[in-house]
Design a binder for this molecule. Structure first.
Ligand SMILES: Nc1ncnc2c1ncn2[C@@H]1O[C@H](COP(=O)(O)OP(=O)(O)OP(=O)(O)O)[C@@H](O)[C@H]1O
Length: 296
């Protein structure tokens, strides 16, 4: 019999995750799966559950939660020879990976997508000894995003990020960064470096409009200046899908990127606090399989 594991974060989605589990179990049993349900209680539980799904040769692992739960789930796939197909029920504030794969943000519709026969092979990123699904951010703005508390996210949703962003406008600082990519090097001061795998970053689907989930490339943006005036023009460029053409933005694609600094600089990975610099990024093309909606 086919085996499916549901990995559910009960604190996600304004704490409504668990009520969806009964419907998901029913749908999967109907599709012929034997279903195991695992609730996360703390950091890295989703990774541990996914590792056991790999070791026990599960056919499917369904992540129910926000981008944080998905990030932890995907990290269970690292260095595994058997990797279950992933199902995603997005319950977070941002849900970038689901957006990029056109998985509905309405939980009821996302649950129905689990019956879709369409499975897509998707790139995954590696940063040092962990995987990422969507985006790595480096610099003072990245450190700010890591400061958003789960309580704020549950209470305020996307406003939690706005609140921290406004605080950051008054206290931002650039760091000296050394960015090596393929055979090139960029050195300079930057408040923000972004490495994106998909076209959805922070809920903005226009940030990297050319990024496809299976193009085998890391789409990189070095923001050179984010003074108050520039914040407005960079913001307009971002919303109109032209961030890469902005005069204070360097855009490139690469398969390997390393970022270091002479100062202590923080990172943010898929919305979670990441390790300090230096970091090595690489792309693992079409490494995971995800259930996606049927094409129209
Ligand atoms: N039972 C639990 N109670 C509280 N926190 C939990 C629990 N289980 C896991 N976590 C933590 O929840 C975080 C992930 O939450 P979630 O999946 O909602 O992602 P998120 O990044 O907060 O989502 P988003 O930013 O899109 O709202 C992880 O840091 C994880 O360690």
């Amino acid at each position: 019999m086919k085996q499916a594991m549901i990995i559910v974060n009960p604190s996600s989605g304004k704490e409504e995750a668990v009520k969806h589990v009964i419907d998901i179990e029913a749908i999967l049993r109907n599709k012929g799966y034997e279903v195991t349900v695992n609730e996360t209680a703390k950091e890295l539980d989703a990774t541990r559950f996914c590792i056991s799904a790999c070791k026990d040769c599960y056919d499917l692992a369904v992540s129910i939660g926000g981008d944080g739960t998905l990030h932890e789930t995907i990290n269970g796939l690292i260095d595994q020879t058997h990797r279950p197909t992933l199902g995603i029920v997005p319950l977070g504030t941002v849900n970038d990976f689901a957006r990029a794969l056109q998985i509905p943000l309405d939980p009821e519709k996302a649950i129905q997508t689990l019956t879709s026969p369409r499975v897509k092979r998707v790139d995954i990123g590696r940063m040092n000894n962990q995987l990422f699904a969507n985006v790595v951010a480096v610099g003072s703005l990245a450190e700010t995003l890591s400061a958003v508390t789960s309580e704020d996210k549950s209470k305020l949703g996307a406003l939690a990020y706005l609140k921290e962003g406004i605080k950051e406008l008054t206290s931002r600082s650039a760091h000296p960064l050394i960015i090596r990519y393929d055979d090139k090097v960029w050195e300079g001061e930057s408040p923000l470096f972004l490495a994106a795998l998909t076209n959805s970053v922070g809920g903005f689907q226009q940030l990297a409009p050319d990024a496809d989930v299976d193009d085998g490339l890391i789409h990189c943006f070095i923001i050179k200046d984010l003074s108050v005036i520039n914040t407005i023009t960079v913001g307009i460029s971002l919303l109109s899908g032209h961030l890469q053409d902005h005069k204070d933005v360097i855009y490139f694609t690469a398969k390997n990127v390393s970022v270091s600094s002479t100062e202590s600089v923080g990172t943010n990975v898929d919305g979670e606090e990441g390790p300090p610099l230096p970091v090595e990024l690489s792309i693992i093309p079409r490494h995971i399989q995800v259930i996606v909606p049927e094409e129209d």
